[in-house]
Design a protein around this ligand. Structure first.
Ligand code: F3S
Length: 74
């Protein structure tokens, strides 16, 4: 899988570097940059967590997280 950062949205909140330090770092201006592309095996969940945790919705993880089935437990 891959993650990307939309630099026009990133405001430097740095939550991504806390959720997934293996995947993101900050550049000299405090904006996130991807440091592992493609995402190494085993870090898919970290990528999704970083995507969900960015308050600016600047991160995109692909392929998209599988949708929950919504099946009710009986
Ligand atoms: Fe930027 Fe979002 Fe990370 S604003 S620094 S991509 S948490």
């Amino acid at each position: 899988m891959r993650v990307t950062v939309d630099q026009s949205r990133c405001q430097g909140h740095a939550l991504c570097t806390m959720h997934a330090p293996e995947l993101f770092d900050l550049d000299g201006e405090g904006h996130a940059v991807v440091v592992a592309d493609p995402v190494p095996g085993g870090l898919d969940q970290a990528a999704y967590d970083a995507e969900a945790g960015c308050p600016e919705e600047a991160i995109t993880a692909e392929p998209r997280r599988p949708a929950r089935t919504g099946q009710a437990r009986s």
